[in-house]
Design a binder for this molecule. Sequence first.
Ligand code: AP5
Ligand code: MG
Length: 215
Amino acid sequence: MNIILLGPPGAGKGTQAQRLVERHGMRQLSTGDMLRAAVKAGTPTGLEAKAVMERGELVSDAIVSALIGDELDAMGADTGAIFDGYPRTAAQAESLDAILSARGRKLDHVVELEVDEEALVERITGRFTCATCGKGYHDTFERPKVDGVCDKCGGTEFKRRPDDNAETVRTRLAEYRAKTAPILPIYEARGIVAKVDGMADMDHVTAAIEGALRT
Ligand code: AP5
Ligand code: MG
């Protein structure tokens, strides 16, 4: 199964993708994570993307579509893909169709996480992740069971994203409204969009997504 998790910054795409990976052995393909890895490694892609990401703007379509193609080629043909943060523009949506059909895959579901924008700044500014395994947490909504120790891997170092500040979040939201929300009708016309209430607590959101994937 190949699915897209669609929603604005802080909607819960990464949180829910990690859960689907654990439950179903699917693979999370997050262009944001791939770009952050490229920035960290100092690759040419990373050098080009760094400042754009820090401003909260979108990296070029060609770069992210190439990253997605490479990741799909590196994974087993039978492993399901969860697209997290991709596609984000009409051009990327078109590329994804071509990328999938060239690999004998098809898109099964697009899950739209519906959220109130006012809640997103709080979600994003409170977010942190385990520096070792990448598990996501939140200062208020999902703290580690033992303070300072990752539930999943026992790691004791955590990190925050440089673009997770109130000012950059506003640019990221504006980019979402202008360039990403308009791609929804492409998928609605195919009858594959499921709308899920992203304001519910995390377990309810997971259950709603699981229900949508069974239809
Ligand atoms: P990316 O990494 O994709 O960031 P984003 O889209 O802004 O989304 P986030 O990762 O901020 O939010 P999320 O929905 O994953 O929320 P999360 O689950 O963490 O992109 C970063 C940048 O890279 C972009 O700005 C752009 O520059 C570039 N880029 C990436 N892809 C690109 C592309 N395709 N094209 C061009 N440029 C691209 O949840 C947030 C917090 O809320 C967490 O702390 C979590 O614990 C908490 N939370 C989650 N769900 C709930 C809930 N139900 N209740 C309470 N709290 C919750
Ligand atoms: Mg994310």
